[in-house]
Write a protein that binds this ligand. Structure first.
Ligand SMILES: [Zn+2]
Length: 86
């Protein structure tokens, strides 16, 4: 475990804290709530090993889910839902 805050490479201030990035595109997959570190002084964002692990796992799950649901299933599910609320 690192002791925060750590030193910012960009502005050299010891102002880098852990943060959550709401959305990030990782290898063409939209990943939500990515753990990162960010400098409170200059706003520079750093991806860590933890960010990398998180994004890889997220992409893996998202890819698997896409295999379970075909475009037709998604469309039929949506149409069925529309029938119910009529
Ligand atoms: Zn900085």
């Amino acid at each position: 475990m690192k002791n925060y805050p750590i030193k910012c490479v960009s502005c050299c201030q010891r102002e880098v804290f852990p943060e959550i990035l709401p959305e990030h595109i990782f290898q063409e997959t939209l990943v939500k709530d990515v753990p990162i570190t960010k400098c409170k002084n200059c706003g520079n964002i750093y991806f860590t090993d933890e960010s990398d692990d998180y994004m890889r796992n997220y992409k893996y799950v998202a890819t698997r889910l896409r295999q379970f649901l075909t475009d037709d299933e998604i469309k039929n599910g949506f149409l069925g839902f529309r029938e119910k609320i009529k």
